[in-house]
Design a protein around this ligand. Sequence first.
Ligand SMILES: C[S@@+](CC[C@H](N)C(=O)[O-])C[C@H]1O[C@@H](n2cnc3c(N)ncnc32)[C@H](O)[C@@H]1O
Length: 275
Amino acid sequence: MDSAPALTAVTRARTMRRALWFCARPMYEIPVNQFTDVAHLYDNLMAVVPYRQWVDYVERLWEWFGAQPRVVLDLACGTGNVALELHRRGYEVEGVDNSAPMLRMARRKARGRFRLYQQDARALDLPRTYDACVSLFDSLNYLIQPEDLASAFQGVHRHLVPGGVFIFDVNTIRALELGMFNQTGHGRDPSLHYVWKSQWHPETRLCAIDMEFHLQTATGTRTFYERHVQRGYTLDEIRGALESTGCEVLGVFEAFTFHAPTARTDRYYFVARRE
Ligand SMILES: C[S@@+](CC[C@H](N)C(=O)[O-])C[C@H]1O[C@@H](n2cnc3c(N)ncnc32)[C@H](O)[C@@H]1O
């Protein structure tokens, strides 16, 4: 579906100006439009994501390491899909994310059944502690400075009970450098069309993803842009940052397996425990 011809010249010029403005911003800054307009389309775009299987895997990891959490924090919970699934399975769950539009969607789905906080992962300050924390779908790659990742890990450590377990996934450097975000497609329904292009910068290990969305509505096509930036971290960097907070790394796996990662792994799963 090519909806571009439906745009008027004025709209096209306006969207082009916006796109150029976003692209001109320095890469090492967190983009101002990240997880804004896309929020209300996020679940449409992620309809194919097997969240239930992801939570199955998290439960198997907990079991493997002898953890039996009751109270769980979903860090960078987005629209709440993981939190919702944990809630359905009987966990007492809370979620935190720094994007107000993503949280708005999460709150709609949570319908008051669990608490959601708007906070930056780099400065967590929540009113309680948790038996476990999860952070899925490469949310931590959005912490684009090593000190940001370290601050997030310190925050998780402060909010875990002693012995509490932290599970998270990250895109590997390999996945980012091979252009995993170069994608074109549709959402759950064909009215949403997207074109994503990524640029990998080996010197900073930052990956800038320019996302263009075309949404057909009753009144015409709405086009908008977001730029996302992710950083690729080495295993040693992540391990070092976790251990410096006082967390023990229990395991690092190729996603959805119990095997050690290889040079071809696209996504790591880390399991760490607060000592
Ligand atoms: C790819 S989405 C994943 C959302 C959710 N975990 C899921 O599995 O669908 C990444 C999320 O990380 C959040 N995020 C990025 N940087 C953050 C930060 N510094 N503090 C809190 N949340 C952040 C975004 O707002 C977004 O909701």
